[in-house]
Design a protein around this ligand. Structure first.
Ligand code: S3P
Length: 434
C-alpha cells in the first residue's frame, strides 16, 4: 500500500492538460469495436479502468493497434461481429460492466461471465439486468443483484419503454446500446438529465435517436455503425481536483486546458461559482462532438456555503466529495441532498468521505442521501485512507494542500484507476508531496 503525504501549499500556479475523459474513452472503445471498419481514437485515457475496456474488446476478437495514451486504431468488427469469450474481467470499472452488457446481448455466442474486483462485486447490477431482461435478454446476477453477471448472447430482443428510478448514464447507455439490436422502439426516461456521451457518439456514428418529452429512444434494429475518428477531450471529473486546488490556493492562477464542458458534467463549476469561486472559461471549442474549453481557477478567499440537491446531483455526482471539502473551508453550512447514489459508487462515498474528512478535522455529518458540512474556514489535516477508491485518494491530495498540517493518504495507488498522472500534475502546479 502506497502512502503519500501532501503538504500544505501557499500559492499554486501553472498550466496542465486535463487527462482524457474516462467516460468517453470507454464509450469510444466499445463503439469503435462494433463499428464498420477502422476508427482512430486520439488520446484515449491510459488508466486501469480504460485498460480493462481495451482488454475486453481485444478478448472479443477486435484487433487494436497502438496503446492507450497515444493514437489507437480499432478495427471494428461490425455491430454483430464480436466473439464473446467465456469470461471477461471488468476490474474496477462499472462503466465497462454495465455498458458492455448492452452490446454483448446483441452478439453471437452463448453466454459470457462478467466479473470484477471486490469493489465492483458489491455494486448493484439489477438496474441493468432488469430492463434488459424485459427486452428479452437472459441475464443472471449473484444473489443480491451484484456481479458476477452472466450475460446471454444473441437473444431476440424487442424494444420497451423504461422509466429509470435514478438518473444514471450507465443504465441509460446500456439500454440504448441494447436498443441497437432490438426490434421496434426502445425508450429511456430519466428523473434528471445524466451525461449524454453515448447519445452524442451514437448520433455521430449515424444513428438517428428519437426524442420526446425529455425521453430518448432508438428504433432498432440498426444495421451498422460508422464511428468517425475522434480525439478524446479532457475529463472534467479529473480536472475537478486541479480546479478546486486553484480555487483554494491558485495564485495567480491554475489553468487546465482542454476540459470537456458537457452541460451534464460541469455541475461542480456552477456550484463553486455559486459559492463565490473565481473560475473563468476560455478558448471554447468542440472536441469529439462535445463542448470543451480551458478552465482558469484563482484563489477565492471568501467562499460561502451552498445547497446541492437532487436535480443538480447527476451533473457532479463524482465531484460531490470535493463539494464536501470546499464546504468545510467555506463560511456557513453546506448541504448535499438527493445523492443516495453515492452509497453505491466504488465505495459508499457518503460513509468514506465523512469518515475521511472528519478524521482531518472537518465538521461533517452523513445523511441517508448526502451530507451536511459546517464550514470552519480551515481544515487541520492528518491521516486518512483511500479505501481502494480513486476519488477518495485524490480528495485527500486536495485536502492536504488546503490543510494546515498536511494530509497523509494511505492506499494512494487507487489513483491509477482514472488518473495515474495525478501526483505529477499536482506537483507541476507547485504541490509538495512525498
Ligand atoms: C459514468 C456515469 C456515472 C459516474 C461514473 C461514470 C459513465 O455513473 O458516476 O463514474 O461513464 O456513464 P452512473 O451512471 O451510475 O450514475
Amino acid at each position: 500500500m502506497q502512502r503519500v503525504k501532501i503538504e500544505p501549499a501557499i500559492g499554486l500556479t501553472g498550466r496542465l492538460t486535463a487527462p482524457a475523459d474516462k467516460s468517453i474513452t470507454h464509450r469510444a472503445l466499445m463503439l469503435a469495436a462494433v463499428s464498420d471498419g477502422p476508427v482512430r481514437i486520439g488520446r484515449p485515457l491510459a488508466a486501469a479502468d480504460t485498460g480493462a475496456t481495451l482488454a475486453a474488446i481485444r478478448a472479443c476478437g477486435v484487433r487494436v493497434e497502438g496503446d492507450l495514451g497515444g493514437d489507437l486504431f480499432v478495427h471494428g468488427r461490425g455491430l454483430r461481429g464480436l466473439v464473446a469469450p467465456p469470461a471477461l474481467d471488468c476490474m474496477n470499472a462499472g462503466t465497462l460492466m454495465r455498458l458492455f452488457t448492452g452490446i454483448l446481448v446483441g452478439q453471437g455466442g452463448d453466454r459470457v461471465v462478467l466479473d470484477g474486483d471486490e469493489s465492483l462485486r458489491g455494486r448493484p447490477m439489477l438496474r441493468v439486468a432488469k430492463p434488459l431482461r424485459e427486452m428479452g435478454a437472459r441475464i443472471w446476477t449473484a444473489p443480491g443483484g451484484t456481479p458476477p453477471l452472466v450475460v446471454g448472447c444473441g437473444d431476440a430482443l424487442h424494444g420497451v419503454e423504461h422509466d429509470l428510478a435514478v438518473a444514471s448514464a450507465q443504465v441509460k447507455s446500456a439500454i440504448l446500446l441494447a436498443g441497437l439490436y432490438a426490434e421496434g422502439e426502445t425508450w429511456v426516461r430519466e428523473p434528471a438529465p445524466s451525461r449524454d456521451h453515448t447519445e452524442r457518439m451514437l448520433e455521430a456514428a449515424g444513428v438517428s435517436l428519437l426524442r420526446a418529452g425529455g425521453a430518448v429512444g432508438i428504433r432498432g434494429p440498426i444495421s451498422g455503425l460508422r464511428l468517425p475518428d475522434l480525439d478524446v477531450p479532457g475529463d472534467p471529473s479529473s480536472a475537478a481536483y486541479a480546479i478546486v486546488a486553484g480555487v483554494l490556493r491558485g495564485d495567480p492562477e491554475v489553468r487546465i486546458d482542454g476540459v470537456n464542458l458537457n452541460p451534464a458534467r460541469i455541475g461542480l463549476i456552477d456550484v463553486l461559482r455559486r459559492m463565490g469561486a473565481d473560475i473563468q472559461i476560455t478558448n471554447q471549442r468542440e472536441v469529439a462532438g462535445e463542448p470543451a474549453g480551458d478552465v482558469i481557477a484563482r484563489r477565492s478567499d471568501q467562499l460561502d456555503a451552498t445547497v446541492v440537491d437532487t436535480r443538480e446531483v447527476p451533473s457532479l455526482i463524482d465531484e460531490l466529495p470535493l463539494v464536501a471539502l470546499v464546504g468545510a473551508l467555506a463560511r456557513g453550512v453546506t448541504e448535499v441532498r438527493g445523492a443516495e447514489e453515492l452509497r453505491v459508487k466504488e465505495t459508499d462515498r457518503i460513509e468514506t468521505v465523512v469518515t475521511a474528512l472528519r478524521g482531518l478535522g472537518a465538521e461533517i455529518e452523513g445523511r441517508a442521501d448526502g451530507f451536511i458540512v459546517r464550514g470552519t474556514g480551515s481544515i487541520r489535516g492528518g491521516s486518512m485512507v483511500a479505501s481502494g477508491d480513486h476519488r477518495l485518494a485524490m480528495l485527500g491530495g486536495v485536502a492536504g494542500l488546503a490543510s494546515t498540517e498536511g494530509v497523509s493518504v494511505g492506499g494512494f495507488e487507487a489513483v491509477e484507476v482514472s488518473y495515474p498522472g495525478f501526483l505529477a500534475d499536482m506537483r507541476s502546479i507547485g504541490v509538495v508531496a512525498a
